[in-house]
Design a protein. Structure first.
Lengths: 353, 503
């Protein structure tokens, strides 16, 4: 817990804070759609924000990585091609993301800053304020405690909110976080000892409720990283995957993409990055006609190597999973991450969960 | 004139297509290209009598034994395949029966390879074995034993052959099998025929069928006729019309509602040539499909996501969809365009609101059907094993595989990551592609990725070859997307004996 500059805001003043955030720019939050689903969307009214909700089925990664993401406009003029940079995004705030999704967003920024930094994604992250809402009850399928991604965090978002019923406890983790609290003016007060103690107790209760680790990623990581997963195990698991790509699309940490051009006019087109999945057959199909991951088994091995190996843990400072449980919910087969981790740990497969 | 509806359109759109055909134009030629596969399976299962097959995936997931008669439902019907996987996870035993190996077969307790030249014979042998007459073939007898072993049974049949008569016969055998299993277990099994495409069942039930009225009513059903006369007015056409493929060959003009005849036709080149000879082709669609590109008139209509309407899924559940996206102002729902077209042609039924279309459809469909009670008698058939074809010396059987290619669907065509795999396959095999067993390839001296020459009846075609593990010996399969390359050898049929040699 970080108490430096921690503040509290009365529950009744939350809408006032959101109204002030709306005055300075776009605000996105969990809302209830017309069809009753919980989704992340841009709000126009403070009362649209959900403060008690299950985590939306799709993570908010589309804020940094839109499903169809224009990255440049190309025009042909006088026989030459001119590349136009698209406008930078305006300041935005993403409110009430769960801890797992906050970790996912921080991870996406980090991987796009590595090596040759992706300027588009980094610019979006630079103009995005992330305000997380700590979880005090576990969600049905989540296992964030196994992935160092919740229920409470000490870094990642700009602000971490904790619901203490009459008030909300706000911990700014960054300068931007402090600024977003200052925007509210006198709606926030410094957190006193009683509030701080209540916040600590809430975290303690949460860990008690969330229970023990159930998905032993470290154990699977050791086996994956030292080549101790038998080919026969992958042979047994692969037929249970339907290659729908749902796990990739629903995962807060997946960022596979493809690039294509959308024609706007005879002499202009928009180069776009689109979500893709390493589970699709032709994802690694090369121009030569060779496909190094031609079989479902090879693609599955690759996915879980990326998620679980020590190599990536060292590079990214964490495993490739936040334990949100979405892959369990969307998997059309039975090859969600916890099932595969269990299969790897036990070196046997009985059809998953 | 002929009218084609489709599984890409809503029930309301399809009902207006039926109205245009039978009431306004006075033609009995109303069908959908993919609907005939569903209709054939349904006809076979129902014995020609209208029945209400409302099996549910929830019931499938709870089955103790699942028999899947398929091409490859992991690709064609993934939601059903997902339900089968969940059933297996719960301890269900899976039996797959098919001409070619399938993904789901890897999870099967028993895989039955149906004879390529006569797949229904294999199903009949299984039925006979369940009825107490062992086939003498291990897989079939194993499958029969599992089916008869007790517990609840589900039988899923996907369209595995483009020959409607084969599908009809297969449906009939499955219905007989269902009666046998009812006698053995005391409760009827779940029989789940699978249509291709989201609303193919809905289109069929709205009357997009040459031999059915809305609600799957027979053309001779007097009360159905009376209800339709009340809705449509005038003297509608009650004749049996031509099925989609025959319609394309025979009519002088076509109105196509959301269907892409050329891409779905077994012989796309021939379909394109035939359309070009017609006096008039009118297409209502959201996409510039090959059929729309060949049309004389294209009327843009709202796509899925831009329209309000109902769809009926393969379980028989009718659901309403609300549009999340408004179409551009000049684009209207297909039912509105068809209503205006009908009015201009002097139609008796002239709806102005969606509610009127729904009310008319409900009136036309009439009271809901109940399942036809299965009859207890069933006869078995002794199966004469065709034997495996020799690995060399031929002749081989060249056979089309599959009845549909998702990559040709306009919705998939607009999603680059979804059509990519098929595009890669096409570019990697410009001369087309056939599939052969490892034994046959070895006997011919052809490696995977090599080329073969196929000859039949004076025609000769060269093609790329892929070796497929589990492929029947003597069977050369041509995937649906490459069917055009084998058109000269296959003619109008779906299979032909060929000589195969190394190139």
């Amino acid at each position: 817990m970080r108490t430096e500059d921690a503040r509290v805001i009365a529950r009744s003043d939350l809408r006032g804070w959101v109204a002030r955030l709306l005055e300075r720019g776009e605000v996105m939050a969990p809302v209830r759609s017309e069809t009753g689903d919980e989704i992340f969307a841009t709000i126009t009214r403070p009362e649209d924000v959900l403060w008690e909700f299950e985590n939306p089925l799709l993570p908010p990664k589309h804020v940094l990585l839109p499903q169809t993401d224009p990255i440049a406009r190309i025009r042909k003029e006088n026989g030459r091609h001119r590349v136009e940079r698209l406008p930078d995004p305006a300041e935005r705030v993403l409110l009430n993301v769960r801890s797992c999704d906050a970790v996912g967003l921080a991870y996406l920024r980090q991987v796009h800053e590595q090596d040759l930094a992706d300027a588009t994604v980094v610019r979006r992250a630079d103009t995005l304020g992330v305000i997380s809402l700590a979880c005090h009850e576990p969600c049905e399928l989540g296992f964030c405690v196994c992935c160092e991604a919740g229920p409470f965090l000490d870094q990642g978002p700009d602000i971490q909110l904790t619901d203490l019923e009459d008030v909300f406890f706000a911990e700014p983790f960054t300068l931007r976080g402090r600024y977003l609290l200052d925007v509210a003016g006198d709606l926030f007060e410094p957190a006193d000892a009683e509030a701080t103690a209540l916040r600590e107790a809430r975290e303690s209760e949460a860990y008690h409720q969330f229970g023990e680790v159930t998905c032993h990623i470290g154990s699977a990581m050791r086996r994956v990283s030292t080549n101790r997963v038998a080919e026969e195990l992958w042979d047994a698991m692969a037929p249970w995957c339907m290659e729908c790509g749902g796990c990739t699309y629903a995962c807060p940490m997946c960022y596979c993409f493809s690039v294509g051009d959308m024609v706007e006019a005879d002499d202009a087109w928009l180069r776009c990055r689109t979500w893709d999945s390493c589970q699709y057959e032709a994802f690694t199909h090369e121009a030569s006609g060779h496909n190094p991951r031609h079989t479902r088994k090879e693609r599955m091995k690759r996915r879980f190597f990326h998620k679980l190996s020590a190599q990536y843990y060292v590079r990214d400072d964490r495993a490739g999973c936040v334990g949100c449980g979405r892959c369990i919910r969307v998997c059309m087969g039975t090859t969600d991450l916890p099932s595969v981790v269990e299969g790897i740990r036990r070196a046997e497969w009985h059809g998953g969960r | 004139m002929g009218v084609l509806g489709s599984g890409r359109s809503t029930n309301e759109d399809n009902f207006l297509a039926v109205t245009l055909a039978r009431s306004t134009l006075g033609t009995s030629h109303i069908d959908s290209v993919l609907g005939r596969y569903w209709a054939a399976l349904l006809d076979g299962m129902s014995g020609g009598v209208a029945a209400d097959h409302r099996g549910s995936l929830a019931r499938l997931e709870r089955a103790d034994v699942v028999l899947v008669v398929e091409g490859d439902i992991g690709t064609s019907h993934p939601r059903v395949a997902s339900a089968v996987i969940r059933a297996i996870r719960r301890g269900c035993l899976l039996i797959t029966a098919g001409v070619t190996p399938s993904r789901l077969g890897e999870l099967a307790a028993v895989q039955v390879q149906l004879p390529a030249a006569a797949p229904v014979d294999g199903l009949e042998a299984m039925r006979g074995a369940v009825g107490g007459m062992p086939a003498g073939e291990v897989a079939i007898d194993d499958a029969a034993r599992v089916l008869a072993s007790g517990g609840s049974v589900a039988v899923v049949v996907a369209p595995f052959d483009r020959d409607s008569e084969i599908l009809r016969a297969a449906g009939g055998v499955v219905a007989d099998l269902g009666r046998l299993l009812t006698t053995i277990h005391g409760t009827p099994p779940l029989l789940l025929p699978l249509p291709i495409r989201a609303n193919t069942r809905g289109a069929y039930e709205a009357g997009v069928a040459p031999a059915r009225l809305p609600g799957q009513r027979l053309l001779s059903d007097r009360s159905a006729r009376a209800r339709l006369e009340g809705v449509w007015g005038g003297a509608p056409c009650w004749d049996t019309g031509l099925a989609a493929e025959a319609m394309v060959d025979s009519v002088n003009g076509l109105v196509v509602v959301g269907d892409d005849v050329i891409s779905l036709h077994p012989r796309p080149s021939r379909a394109r040539e035939t359309l070009a000879t017609m006096e008039l082709v009118v297409v209502l669609d959201s996409f510039l499909t090959p059929t729309a590109a060949a049309a004389d008139v294209v009327l843009p209509v709202a796509a899925y996501g831009e329209t309000v309407g109902t769809f009926t899924n393969f379980e028989g559940r009718t659901q309403e969809v609300q549009r999340p996206v408004a179409p551009t102002p000049e684009v209207r729902p297909a039912w509105e365009v068809l209503a205006e077209l009908g009015e201009a042609l002097g139609a008796g039924f002239r709806p102005k609101r969606l509610g009127e279309v729904r009310a008319a459809l409900a009136e036309a469909v009439g009271p809901t059907h109940v399942d036809v009670a299965p009859s207890p008698d069933a006869a078995g058939v002794r199966w004469e094993s065709p034997g495996a074809k020799p690995a060399n010396g031929g002749p081989y059987l060249l056979r089309e595989e599959g009845v549909h290619e998702w990559a040709d669907d306009p919705l998939v065509d607009y999603a680059p990551v979804l059509r990519r795999a098929a595009a890669c396959r096409r570019s990697a095999s410009p001369r087309g592609l056939v599939l052969m067993s490892p034994e046959d390839a070895a006997a011919l001296g052809v490696r995977d990725g090599g080329a073969v020459r196929l000859r039949s009846d004076g025609f000769e075609v060269e093609s790329h070859l892929r070796v497929r593990s589990g492929q029947q010996r003597g069977l050369v399969s041509v995937p649906f997307m490459f069917r055009n390359t084998m058109a000269e050898l296959l003619g109008r049929g779906g299979q032909v004996e060929v000589e195969v040699s190394n190139v």
